[in-house]
Design a protein around this ligand. Sequence first.
Ligand SMILES: Nc1ncnc2c1ncn2[C@@H]1O[C@H](COP(=O)(O)OP(=O)(O)O)[C@@H](O)[C@H]1O
Ligand SMILES: O=C(CO)[C@H](O)[C@H](O)COP(=O)(O)O
Length: 548
Amino acid sequence: MPRAYIGVDVGTTSTRAGVFDEAGTLLATARHPIRIWHEAGDIVEQSSQDIWDACATSVRAAMAEAAIAPDSVGGIGFDATCSLVVLDRQGEPLTVSASGDKQRNVIVWMDHRAIAEARLINETEDAVLRYVGGSISPEMEMPKLLWLKRHLRASFDAAGHFFDLADYLTWRATGSLQRSTCTVTCKWNYLAHDRGGWSAQFFKRIGLSDFVNEKYARIGTEIVAPGTRLGAGLTRIAAAELGLSPGIPVGASLIDAHAGGIGAIGGRDGSGGASDVNDRLAYIMGTSACIMATTTEPCFVPGVWGPYYSGMVPDFWLNEGGQSAAGAAIDHLLKSHPGHTEASAAARSEGLDLIDFLERRIIARAGSASRAALLARDIHVLPEFIGNRSPYADPDTRAVIAGLDLDTDIAAMERLFVAGLCGLAYGLAEVIEAFAAHGVRSSIMIMGGGASRSPLVRQIMADTTGLTVALPQTREPVLLGAAMLGAVAGGAYASIGETMAKMSALGRKSEPTAPDMAAFHTRKREVYKLLRDVDRGSRAAMADIARG
Ligand SMILES: Nc1ncnc2c1ncn2[C@@H]1O[C@H](COP(=O)(O)OP(=O)(O)O)[C@@H](O)[C@H]1O
Ligand SMILES: O=C(CO)[C@H](O)[C@H](O)COP(=O)(O)O
């Protein structure tokens, strides 16, 4: 019987499940929303039980659509956002919230409550920080753990397990406490190279010697490569919840963007181009955006996370640039425009979602995706609503918009939307230039994530970076990356490398267009730099004034 592999992806806003065959063909997908609590002070929380339930609902729905027997599933893999899950010694949720609500036991990656703790950690200038671009981010787990210890001591002390969300999911699935090299290297300051492991000195210097004293029992003592078969596969309970059979192999997981990278960058190139992963960037654009590059030797790029050994593709180094708000910035720009209600109603009446509706109108009006950027001639956006992840590693950066007028119609909203995309593209170009300045060079960028489906996004990214932008052949590279973990765990392929070659391929390409658009973007980028100066200057001017 042909085997199928399931990938489960937990993004910021929803869970998705995809069923694939051995060649990487998508047979079915399903999605389920997840709960999220936003509060003042950059607090963003979720519930691990709600997330698990949403995974189960998505897997059942995808299996029903694929109409295949549970017995034909040869393996399952999970990926997730890099959020922190806190459980007690019995494995029950422990609150991370000032509300005391036990359900709220996940500090979401985008939660910036731990900015002060990140600063304290950075002040140590510990050698470990070289492997996160020279500066730790409040989006990583050590600042969040230190925050818990300093502000919610009862939960910190009572905790039996601290998990990255992706590792929590495999624990729920199999009972295994093994962590993935991907999560701990990229988010927990674990050094996967030269037998580095956990650094006792680092923990002592940052005020988390608790982990050293307890021999890392709560944060992970066994670290394994993504795709490693965990425990005895799906437990009976997990199998019943997911509607699958007990014992199905489960692979150690990946962070969501990294699953997208695995699902995107190693694919066969039908046009005969090279398939050297070192020549390919992955740009995974969802709520946030991640810019992933692999190298054979470590490259230290200031302000860019990494280099991480085996952080994504096994045995390669990873540099991970990022934009904390990408799709989230676009969503926010649109929601805050006065034309939002009118545009949403018009989109609904055409059976489209708002972004698709706007894009169709924009491309029709401009004549091409490339020329659409001209609509944003007079409006400019630095879309860094929740800080700059790379290359400035400045979580205090905030958004700036220049050129606003009193227009409230849909056309004005379209101009703001295009300006937001240009702002994201210039941020991406800055990261790619920082890569290149430190020896990380690529000629092609492969896109994944929700926004990659947009021809407008892909063309603006190609025109501003000068790179060919390709789509993977599959429309679900993140899910495919997760399913590849199941395929490796299930023994269909010997390694992630082999899986990438066998299960994935490149698809449609967008080439950078005529020089006239390049000149336009060069000029507009100068304005973008001015906006950055305005952000920095205004923060500096107010720095010594107390908050109201
Ligand atoms: N054409 C587009 N341009 C910009 N952003 C888009 C576009 N299409 C979708 N998005 C954004 O992508 C995000 C959803 O992507 P997805 O990968 O599903 O998110 P996540 O995995 O973070 O939950 C939303 O913020 C959405 O607004
Ligand atoms: O930090 C990350 C990867 O290292 C991601 O930005 C984070 O996991 C959120 O992902 P998404 O925007 O796809 O929901």
